[in-house]
Ligand binder design. Structure first.
Ligand code: NAD
Length: 448
């Protein structure tokens, strides 16, 4: 497909002003909803082919997310798009000042494979709601979902408004040579750098939703039962292939043994095993091999079994892990949970701060001082106290990383802002103006 022509057609459409019309935006948001619902079975099937994932999981972590976003924008678009009146300072009287949210223009969304519908289509929904055109490049790694998106979108949407480009690194590299008005990328920090460099050539603004090693701290004051239940759910959801999954645990050494016990009992209760439809496969052989290589069998506390034919890795807890172990040198992105210990809380915070800033961080504690120190002393994109992952489901919170885990954020209003320019306009009256700012600059004016 000739991306240059598609982009040039999208630019013509954008310049025609049509995409700025609120009725036009709403009509296509409705259409997207209709197309997704009409093709629900194809969406479930393709996820099943890529991940062996259940309908329930696919609905709750993928489709319902996108539908919720569409509904949010249908309901809130008028107020989000409305110019906001702000105060006008004395020097600009008589005048009025407004901020106009303006669509950036032609946008490119590059998705990740781990939640392929949510992570590709949610940014697209925000881009279209904000009045832009969009080219989406889903991840080729989740091949069946990429093909499903290309089919249902390209058959139902005009290419000069919203188009799904298929392909891998070669095609993405080609697309990135074009000048976009915004690039929204979800993926690894390593590829994030490539995207940022390509965007810099055209001074294109970016949102980079990246990853990192997200810690979960469990202190002696925590409710262990709740902590274990929530951590096991958030870690092994999608077999750990979740950007905000707790990557590792830092537990107070005094309570380590009983906490390990609680973790194990929840893995068993949740009945995660190779035949379970509640448990997901590893996406491909390359990631399977990478993950198997991170498991140190001598440090396995629970799990550790693998099956290459099924790309299955049992939920695995490793204990007696040190900061020098292989599993602590990279983002795990799979169902392996290393448990490290700390003697005092401040030491735990210092250890986290020695790593790159993570996308998320979690604290399980019942102590208000610990909660405050966790929130203030370490930097992370977003997180929870006494839970994991769920902060991303609250659209009133911005979702994004900081430092190595990303630039910018989205969800709800923040998604609209990510794809908008805030145009500042001062509208002045043509009367009632003091002569002060105009030459000749006399001493009298200086001493005013
Ligand atoms: P990835 O960076 O390998 O790939 C992401 C996208 O980049 C894909 O569409 C791929 O085609 C493209 N790509 C890969 N190599 C490229 C290259 N050389 N040039 C141009 N494009 C290229 O990431 P992934 O394996 O899909 O996902 C895993 C990573 O993404 C993890 O680090 C995870 O934490 C992160 N992630 C972050 C979020 C978030 O919301 N912040 C969500 C999911 C995943």
């Amino acid at each position: 497909m000739d991306f240059q022509n598609i982009l040039s057609d999208q630019r013509n459409l954008f310049n025609s002003q049509k995409t700025k019309n609120l009725k036009f935006r709403k009509m296509y948001l409705e259409k997207l909803k209709e197309v997704l619902l009409k093709n629900e079975e194809l969406l479930y099937d393709s996820i099943f082919k890529d991940f062996g994932k259940s309908k329930f999981d696919t609905f709750t972590t993928e489709i319902s997310f996108v539908l919720k976003d569409i509904d949010y924008f249908l309901k809130n678009l008028n107020s989000l798009a409305k110019p906001k009146k702000v105060r006008t300072n004395l020097a600009n009287q008589l005048g009025s000042s407004k901020i106009y949210p303006e669509p950036l223009g032609c946008t490119l969304v590059i998705g990740a494979w781990n939640y392929p519908y949510q992570l590709s289509l949610s940014p697209v929904v925000a881009a279209l709601a904000a009045g832009n055109t969009c080219i989406l490049k889903p991840s080729e790694i989740a091949e069946n979902t990429m093909k499903a998106m290309a089919k249902i979108i390209n058959e139902n949407f005009p290419k000069d408004y919203f188009y799904v480009a298929e392909g891998g690194i070669e095609e993405t590299t080609e697309i990135l040579k074009q000048k976009f008005d915004k690039i929204f990328f979800t993926g690894s920090p390593k590829v994030g750098q490539i995207i940022y460099e390509a965007a810099a050539k055209h001074l294109t603004p970016v949102t980079l939703e990246l990853g990192g090693k997200s810690p979960a701290i469990v202190t002696s004051s925590a409710n262990f039962d709740v902590a274990a239940k929530r951590i096991v759910w958030g870690k092994f959801l999608n077999a750990g292939q979740t950007c905000v999954a707790p990557d590792y645990i830092l537990v107070d050494e005094k309570v380590k043994d009983s906490f390990l016990d609680s973790l194990q009992s929840y893995i068993q209760k949740f009945n995660y095993h190779s035949e379970s439809e509640n448990y997901t496969q590893i996406i491909n052989q390359r990631n399977f091999d990478r993950l198997v290589n991170l498991i140190d069998q001598e440090k396995v506390y629970f799990g550790g079994k693998t099956d290459a034919a099924k790309r299955y890795i049992e939920p695995t807890i490793m204990h007696d892990v040190t900061w020098n172990d292989k599993v602590m040198q990279e983002e795990i992105f799979g169902p392996i949970l290393p448990v490290l210990t700390f003697k005092n809380f401040n030491e735990a915070l210092l250890q986290i701060a020695a790593y790159e800033k993570p996308l998320s961080a979690y604290l399980f504690s019942d102590n208000s001082e610990e909660k405050e120190e966790f929130t203030i002393k370490i930097s992370f994109g977003g997180g929870c106290i006494n839970d994991v992952v769920m902060h991303l489901s609250n659209d009133y919170l911005p979702f994004g990383g900081v430092g190595n885990s990303g630039i910018g954020n989205y969800h709800g209003k923040y998604g609209f802002d990510a794809f908008s320019h805030q145009k500042a306009v001062l509208d002045r009256a043509t009367w009632g103006e003091p002569d002060l700012k105009y030459p000749p600059y006399t001493d009298k004016k200086l001493n005013w």
